[in-house]
Design a protein. Structure first.
Lengths: 374, 217
């Protein structure tokens, strides 16, 4: 503020706080105005200090803190990010270089406190979550709901696809990632609420035909683990799936990245490319074809799916994909594959109408570039 | 429960409790936290201006205290350390919500003392009138605090609610003691102006120039 501070008020304020010198205190005592001002400030101070503290908030906060203490003592406290972020000094308040050392120490207290003489909690058992985690949990709910919606839509599409298997025009083969989408929609996942595939781990990419298995539904709960084992994934897949269960499904997870059009051209024209064959000609693509596509296309895209979806050897057609956000850009029946093009999420679309491959920005559906289909 | 301004905890007791808590004594930690919670909440309440934000910030502060207990080195008092955490938790909470406390009550011009010129209202229940007045006073105070710049609000709150001395406040905020002194005085002056003549700063209620020439003993 730029207003001039009345020295009377400065003196009255300091005197109220016992921060005035003896001379200043004498001045205050000798002046009725100063004394009155000091008394007025005292009344103001009392009003400011008069805060009603809700008992429920107190108990909740202390229980939360003791819960953290218990976790630290047990060596299971991992939520150290709260400390790292929330005890940062206010830039607006602190003059440069004046941060006190113990505050810096508090700021740096990000590592879990080593357990020293652990003792069993004596208080009531509390299931306390930090505010940070509570906020994160809210987002997880949103993400979970969104994921469940995606799974439901995909599942419906899969069912519809299997019902209308005679109509091959809408069931052109997709890339392994999209097949993986179908896999992820398997009822087995939906039933146990593990709605998202795990991130790419190290699984071979020969599991595309799992999509066909998923179309039939009724996947035993243990199938995913068995399939993952079959595919060479580790037994930690379920844990990995749990870790990522709160994250929204990302069809671009692990897809190939290209930085030049030439690279995309080579990819599009390669044998077994997901966009190599005309749409109509590719209807009824067998699982073997899809598997070959997987092996020759992306190597790691299905690793995540292997953790949550079965690998089968059925040969039913690849199911159609739902009209979700990443399938609205290409027209119906067009072959397309998700790619990352110059760092941007995109779709490689085979447009047989104009005889062009198109690279379309996934978020805007704008055609970034195109090149002819030979 | 209303927090008084009187200091409620002894520094030496705090150190003993901290040491016991570090050794894993849960009950000592519980005692330590209970000893400081009300004041922490009060600081958070006055800085954030919201009950719920204050509860969140105070809980966050409690958790941060527990996590940082091993880092407390005793060079400052435990209370100072605690209020530093509480202050920053409150400011973080404010920034997280991206709002100023008590937005929407109007400009500070509402608090220029004109209320005293309004005709007195009549209440069927005399007690309800008093309650309404009390609520109104709290709202006025909340709004006045909210209108106070953060640089002034925090020192005033730490002084009047946390009962920290200027040196401790300087340590908490990281500014010179002289700056603390002037910020508190400015803050109080602005608060008093906003709240009206009751606090000696009503409309036009400036100290007469004659009074500024204080006598020397």
């Amino acid at each position: 503020m730029t207003d001039d501070l009345d020295p009377i008020r400065l003196l009255a304020s300091a005197a109220l706080d016992n921060e005035a010198t003896a001379d200043e205190r004498a001045q205050v005592a000798a002046s009725e105005a100063l004394t009155a001002q000091m008394e007025a400030y005292a009344g103001l101070r009392d009003e400011i200090a008069g805060v009603d503290v809700p008992a429920s908030a107190r108990e909740s906060a202390i229980a939360a803190a003791l819960g953290v203490f218990d976790a630290i003592q047990a060596g299971t406290d991992v939520a150290t990010d709260v400390m790292a972020t929330d005890v940062s000094v206010s830039p607006a308040l602190v003059a440069p270089g004046l941060a006190p050392p113990e505050f810096a120490a508090a700021t740096l207290a990000t590592a879990p406190v080593p357990p020293t003489a652990p003792t069993a909690p004596t208080g009531p058992s509390t299931n306390v979550v930090s505010l940070h985690a509570r906020r994160q949990r809210q987002y997880r709910w949103v993400g979970g709901i969104a994921a469940a919606a995606v799974v439901a839509v995909v599942g419906m599409a899969v069912i519809n696809g299997s019902r209308s298997s005679d109509d091959k025009s809408s069931s052109a083969p997709r890339t392994e990632s999209f097949n993986s989408t179908a896999k992820a929609s398997g009822e087995a996942e939906a039933s146990d609420q593990a709605t998202e595939p795990a991130p790419a781990a190290a699984a071979p990419a020969d599991s595309d035909s799992a999509a066909d298995g998923a179309t039939g539904g009724q996947v035993p709960p243990t199938t995913a683990a068995a399939a993952a084992t079959t595919a060479g994934a580790t037994e930690t897949t379920e844990a990995a799936a749990e870790e990522t269960a709160s994250d929204a499904y990302d069809p671009w997870l692990g897809v190939q990245e290209f930085n030049t059009v030439d690279e995309v051209v080579a990819y599009a024209l390669a044998p077994g490319s997901p966009v190599a064959a005309p749409s109509l000609a590719s209807t009824g693509t067998s699982a073997e074809t899809t598997a070959a596509t997987t092996q020759e296309g992306t190597d790691t895209t299905d690793a995540a799916d292997d953790t949550s979806a079965p690998v089968t050897t059925t040969t039913s057609p690849v199911p159609p994909l739902p009209e979700s956000s990443y399938t609205v850009c290409p027209a119906s029946g067009m072959q397309f594959a998700p790619i990352v093009f110059v760092g941007q999420r995109a779709l490689l679309v085979r447009n047989d109408v104009i005889r062009q491959f198109e690279i379309i920005a996934a978020d805007t559906c704008n055609v970034l570039t195109q090149f002819p289909i030979p | 429960m209303t927090v008084s301004t009187a200091s409620g905890s002894s520094g030496s007791d705090d150190v003993a409790l901290v040491e016991a808590a570090r050794r894993g004594d849960r009950s000592s930690l519980d005692q330590l936290l209970r000893r400081h919670y009300d004041r922490v909440y009060s600081v958070c309440r006055r800085v954030t201006g919201h009950d719920s934000d204050a509860a969140d910030a105070a809980q966050e502060a409690m958790i941060l205290i527990v996590r940082g207990l091993d880092k407390f080195d005793g060079r400052s008092s435990f209370a100072t350390w605690v209020y530093r955490i509480a202050t920053n938790a409150s400011l973080d909470e404010l920034r997280r919500k991206r709002r100023r406390p008590l937005v929407g009550l109007g400009s500070s011009s509402h608090f220029d003392g004109d209320a005293d010129n309004d005709p007195p209202s009549e209440h069927a229940d005399p007690d309800s009138g008093a309650r309404i007045d009390a609520i109104g006073d709290r709202m006025l105070l909340d709004h006045a605090l909210a209108a106070l710049p953060e640089d002034f609000r925090v020192p005033v709150v730490l002084r009047d609610v946390g009962c920290l001395d200027y040196t401790e406040i300087a340590e908490v905020i990281g500014i010179p003691v002289g700056t603390v002194k002037s910020r508190i005085a400015r803050g109080r002056s602005q608060l008093a102006t906003a709240l009206g003549p009751k606090y000696g700063h009503g409309a036009g209620n400036q100290t007469p120039p004659s009074e500024r020439q204080t006598e020397t003993p």
